[in-house]
Write a protein that binds this ligand. Structure first.
Ligand code: NDP
Length: 319
């Protein structure tokens, strides 16, 4: 493909994205009708890392839909302040401290949820960390990135599943992931075909395989050999953490698929787009309202019955 063909292709992709954005903003203006509402003010939605950015906006929008939102944050003071803003807007929002990489914090949180609400209907795994902005690619904080994005999400899923309340519409788990972590994307993928195939095959996928992959990367970061490890080239640690989240989503969906009717739990992940938040240095292309939209859609969709999939702008995309 020559330079002008590449340019044309990029332009067409940009036009398609813009068209989709316009379609979505139209769809978003159509309210959910009453007969679609499976939730009520007693529906409990937990959002991690909700003191700011996309998480705050997801909490806000869930509150606007009339659910009880448990806004969580690792810092109590900022979390309480964020919850107060939503409470002052008349929304049913409560705060609780939650650090997704601190097992004691998770245990305390789960006990509090159980004692006060009996369980959870919706879990949004939004808490995340990325050290690099733009084209930087330092792995200096790789351990924190992998711990927060992958192990933190996994910790929350493990802790929340036993708490998820039976419900005819199905309980929901939604993880905020990223297109940067696509297994088979045209750009930024793992170069090792065998590893890709292993991660692709959901039937033989296991937690050990995903953990082994991220741990191998972290070992290579320590001994300095990661640059020739065939890992994603752009935002390497972050991309790998989200790739692991995506693979884990498919694995958990498989594990949960045998649950009986009335006790279903649907788990999916999505990419919010490039969002104007602290994480991107406010350089993103879309607002937090737009970035939160697919999380709301996956959480509230009636007749969900979709699990183990990856979405962006309310559409399924390839892993
Ligand atoms: P922000 O940096 O604004 O927010 C990240 C949130 O995660 C903060 O509330 C932060 O808390 C919280 N957090 C970090 N570590 C922990 C932890 N250990 N326990 C609990 N909370 C924690 O970023 P965004 O709003 O942009 O990101 C939200 C999610 O969206 C992330 O998962 C991110 O990877 C994902 N995403 C974002 C994109 C974007 O373009 N912005 C693109 C694709 C995905 P604190 O304030 O205490 O640091």
């Amino acid at each position: 493909m020559d330079k002008s063909e590449k340019q044309d292709k990029r332009e067409r992709a940009k036009e398609r994205r813009e068209k989709r954005r316009q379609e979505i903003s139209l769809i978003r203006s159509i309210p959910y009708s009453d007969h679609q509402r499976w939730w009520s003010a007693d529906t409990i939605a937990v959002v991690t890392g909700a003191n700011r950015g996309i998480g705050f906006e997801i909490a806000h929008q869930l509150g606007l839909h009339g659910l009880t939102v448990v806004l969580t944050s690792r810092e109590t003071a900022v979390g309480e302040e964020a919850a107060k803003v939503l409470q002052e807007g008349g929304l049913k929002v409560v705060f609780h401290q939650l650090d997704v990489i601190d097992h004691e914090s998770i245990n305390t949180f789960c006990k509090w949820i159980k004692d006060n609400y009996g369980g959870i209907d919706i879990l949004i795994n939004n808490a995340g960390f990325n050290h690099n902005v733009g084209s930087e690619n330092s792995v200096e904080l790789a351990e924190k990135v992998i711990a927060t994005n992958y192990f933190g999400t996994k910790n929350m899923i493990k802790a929340a599943i036993p708490l998820m309340r039976p419900n005819n519409a199905g309980a929901r788990i939604v993880s905020v992931s990223s297109r940067l972590g696509r297994l088979n994307g045209r750009k930024n993928r793992i170069s090792n075909d065998e590893l890709r195939q292993q991660l692709e095959d959901v039937e033989s996928l296991s937690e050990e395989k995903i953990d082994a992959m991220v741990n191998k990367f972290l070992e290579q970061v320590k001994d300095g050999s990661w640059t020739s490890g065939g890992w994603p080239q752009n935002n390497t640690d972050y991309a790998l953490s989200k790739l692991a989240v995506n693979a884990h989503t498919r694995l958990v969906a498989r594990e949960l698929s045998g649950r009986p009717e009335g006790e279903k739990i649907y788990i999916n992940c999505y990419c919010p787009g490039w969002v104007k938040t602290a994480m991107t240095g406010w350089a993103g292309q879309v607002t937090t309202e737009e970035g939160a939209d697919t999380a709301l859609w996956l959480s509230l969709l009636p007749d969900m019955r979709i699990s183990g999939k990856f979405f962006a702008e309310r559409r399924e995309i390839h892993f």
